[in-house]
Write a new protein. Structure first.
Length: 156
C-alpha cells in the first residue's frame, strides 16, 4: 500500500473531519464538532495520504517536557496496515528533532470495559508505552483516564 505522511495542509481539514465522523465509537460529538477542528488549527498535525485521500492523522503539542499526542486516527478500512505505527514513528522523529526525550498521550482507562479503547490501549502498549498515571474524572465519556508515555528511541 502506497501512502505518504506529510504536514497537514488547510485543504486536509475536510478529509480529516470525514475520517473522524466515520469513527464515532472513538470520537464523540464534542470531539468531532468542537475539539478536533479547533486542535487542527493549534497543534502540529501530520496526515497520512493515499492518492489525495486522508487515511490517517496525528496531532502533536508540547507540554510537561514531552511531545504529546492530541489525536490519532486511521480510517477503519486501513486499520491493521501499519499506518498508525507509521504516524507514531513520524511523531517520534518530530519530537526527537525538537529535543524531546519522551512522547505521551491520555486515553480511556483500562478499568472501563469498552472494546474500541481496548484496541487503542493494546496499540499503544505494543508500541512501548507504559502507564504512568491513572485518574478518575467527572466526564461521563471518559470516567477513567490513563496517562501513558514512552522514551523516544535515539535516531538510528
Amino acid at each position: 500500500m502506497k501512502y505518504k505522511i506529510r504536514v497537514m495542509k488547510n485543504t486536509d481539514s475536510k478529509g480529516i473531519r470525514e475520517l473522524v465522523n466515520e469513527l464515532p465509537e472513538w470520537f464523540d460529538d464534542d470531539a468531532r464538532q468542537r475539539a478536533i477542528p479547533s486542535d487542527l488549527n493549534h497543534q502540529t498535525t501530520f496526515v497520512a495520504v493515499q492518492e489525495d485521500r486522508q487515511i490517517g492523522f496525528i496531532t502533536l503539542y508540547f507540554a510537561e517536557g514531552r511531545i504529546n499526542i492530541g489525536w490519532l486516527a486511521v480510517r477503519r478500512n486501513y486499520h491493521g496496515k501499519g499506518i498508525g505505527r507509521a504516524l507514531l514513528n513520524h511523531a517520534e522523529a518530530f519530537g526527537r528533532k525538537s529535543g524531546m526525550k519522551e512522547i505521551a498521550t491520555v486515553t480511556l482507562g483500562d478499568g472501563i470495559d469498552y472494546e474500541p479503547y481496548k484496541a487503542t490501549r493494546s496499540f499503544y502498549l505494543s508500541q512501548g508505552f507504559e502507564i504512568y498515571q491513572r485518574n478518575t474524572t467527572n466526564n461521563p465519556g471518559c470516567p477513567e483516564e490513563i496517562k501513558i508515555k514512552k522514551k523516544i528511541p535515539e535516531d538510528v
